[in-house]
Design a protein around this ligand. Structure first.
Ligand SMILES: Nc1ncnc2c1ncn2[C@@H]1O[C@H](COP(=O)(O)OP(=O)(O)OP(=O)(O)O)[C@@H](O)[C@H]1O
Length: 343
């Protein structure tokens, strides 16, 4: 199947069903949904109690009969029915009106590089269940590169690293296609896990999931602006009581280096497989970081130090992929030869 820009231009909506967040771009409206891919379900009745940010704050705070679930794992829809119900709630009237007006509605979905046919089928079924007559699949790496404003259609190399929640995808693109790519099973979740383990080991403190993000924010920024230590609240591992500790921010930064090295390995593997001409281009242009985890403190300088290449973080790293897909359905992108993925 060949996906052309002409086909994408006939789509009314672009969807990025991520493990952490779901984003929907509607033609002529822009980004209408950017919410956590989370639903709270009543296990007794099967009814959905909350979705998105409302459901996320319930995580870890629910009684037995309520479960907070994520229907997407590593970019793959693992529960089609739940994903459809979640999307239906999130888009609400925003998309329903558009779809009612256009019964032959088409949608574009971005999927991780190298997605299995089963994962592609699950994405297509999720969208067709919502009323889409046809679903176009686009590689997240291509969509994110377009969303970052990289000249992917030119005969020169561009390198993109999409750091998601469950995985990090690395690719070198030229002439609108992927020349070499790699998926590393490390993302924001692995970094959160490293922080939680560090506090468990060195401070005997169980950190609630909700507290990891504020800790990230304290770790980011340069050393002068970031305080040397920061107060964290959690539960004492031994007594089970609430406790606060002062955490050395530098030590937490060091604790997350180990999972980050896997991303460096992925970048090196892709560079090794690239023709020398393209690697020479990259020396000038550098590496573009996209995805929510591009903001992980220390990632950018670490990649720069390991590769000696310029490293840039996209302006809006979290929404690059869906914005790129949105630009394609709006017809704002120059002709390029997209790497198609058959449903
Ligand atoms: N400011 C920040 N600092 C550090 N990490 C962040 C920040 N903002 C978001 N993240 C991390 O980014 C991840 C979410 O990124 P993104 O929204 O790109 O993922 P996704 O597309 O849903 O996931 P995937 O690509 O794995 O399906 C989360 O793990 C989150 O912890």
């Amino acid at each position: 199947m060949t996906i052309s820009l002409a086909q994408l231009r006939r789509c009314s909506a672009a969807v990025d069903l991520g493990a952490a967040r779901t984003r929907v771009y509607v033609k002529n409206q822009g980004l209408v949904v950017d919410e956590p891919t989370v639903a709270a379900v009543n296990t007794r009745t099967g009814s959905m109690l909350a979705v998105g940010a409302q459901a996320e704050v319930m995580d870890g705070r629910t009684p037995d009969y309520i479960r907070v679930v994520r229907p997407v794992s590593n970019g793959t829809v693992v529960d089609i029915d739940l994903a459809q119900r979640l999307l239906r709630h999130l888009v609400g009237d925003k998309l329903r009106k558009t779809w009612r007006r256009r019964p032959s509605m088409r949608a574009a979905v971005c999927l991780p590089y190298g997605s299995e046919p089963l994962a592609q089928r699950a994405a297509v079924e999720t969208l067709t269940g919502l009323g889409a007559r046809r679903v176009e699949l686009v590689d997240t790496l291509v969509a994110a590169a377009v969303g970052c404003g990289l000249p992917v259609e030119q005969p020169e190399a561009t390198m993109i690293v999409v750091c998601g929640a469950g995985t990090t995808q690395v690719a070198v693109l030229s002439l609108g296609s992927i020349v070499a790519a790699e998926t590393v099973p490390v993302g924001g979740n692995a970094i959160d896990h490293a922080v939680i383990q560090h506090l468990r080991l060195h401070h005997e403190l169980m950190l609630p999931n909700q507290s990891v993000r504020p800790l990230h924010l304290m770790l980011s920024g340069d050393g002068e602006l970031t305080p040397g230590s920061t107060e964290v609240h959690g539960r004492d591992v031994v007594s089970g009581l609430a406790r606060s500790v002062h955490v050395d921010t530098e030590r937490v930064r060091r604790a997350i280096i180990t999972p980050l090295t896997a991303i460096l390995d992925g970048i090196s593997a892709v560079l090794r497989r690239c023709p020398p001409d393209l690697v020479a281009d990259l020396g000038e242009r550098g590496i573009m970081l996209a995805g929510g985890s591009a903001l992980i403190p220390g990632l950018e300088p670490m990649i720069h130090e390991a590769t000696s290449m310029p490293v840039h973080i996209a302006d809006q790293p979290s929404t690059c992929a869906v914005q790129g897909l949105g630009a394609m359905i709006e017809g704002k992108v120059q002709p390029l030869h997209l790497d198609p993925m058959a449903p």
